[in-house]
Write a new protein. Sequence first.
Length: 283
Amino acid sequence: MVDADGSYVKAFLHQDHARRFRSTAGSQAGVDPVVIDRLQADVERDGYVIVPKLVGADLLETIRADVTPRFVYDGGRTRLEGFKTRRLYAVPEKTFVCNPLVEHPLVLALLDRFLHPNYLLSQLQVIEIAPGEEAQPLHFDAAFYPFPRPRPTLAAATVFAIDDFTDENGATAVIPGSHRWDDRMPGPDDTPIPVVMPAGSMVFFVGSLWHGGGANRSSRSRLAVTAQYCQPYLRTQENYSLGLSPKRAAACSEHMQRMLGYSIHPPFVGMVDGKHPLRVLGG
């Protein structure tokens, strides 16, 4: 679809998509680039990084009070979901309370380092692991994309601790450096390390890192919010075109709208009737 001199793409870049609706990618509130440099280096080395106490107690309690009554099922349908793990899907259609975590400026600044502009929100879940839950099978989030490993970064994720993450209550466990593996599976010598962190902290990791939820051997449930993001040219896990009404999307911030698919991956991927999808929201 690109002719020899590139005029086909150049023509589209000078049309409505790129001129009238400017992308909000990279326009979030400023974060010290030195901090992002350090976090990026940790992720590139280990596949993940922990950011302690990124959000305050007030927001944590607001999230807890809002989402807890919304759980419908007592457990999941598979070992991956967790038979004693409650999950809330289609979160933006039900509540915006988790949006500040999805579009936190530090998260967006990190994503800017690993994904192309106009990356997408692939899914957003609230997860509560109940006492007695077994360890989740180890996996890597971007396994369903058919690219050989090692691979470029196709996806990234965050897990925010609404409760303290401990070794006893099911903290997410990671295998440092496994994002650089080829197609081999974890073996007996690959010991997952629990991501122990206080409430309000976040762990950020790339989609090729082997990890899994831990077993909850405590007497209390452990609550978390996780968001997954993907490159703008990939299909998302949650279908927000059907799972999120235009009315709800219109009430979101520009950053959220961009990540929910109301954006263009140049020159025209994501268009609606040949035009920018923001026109659907009356933009």
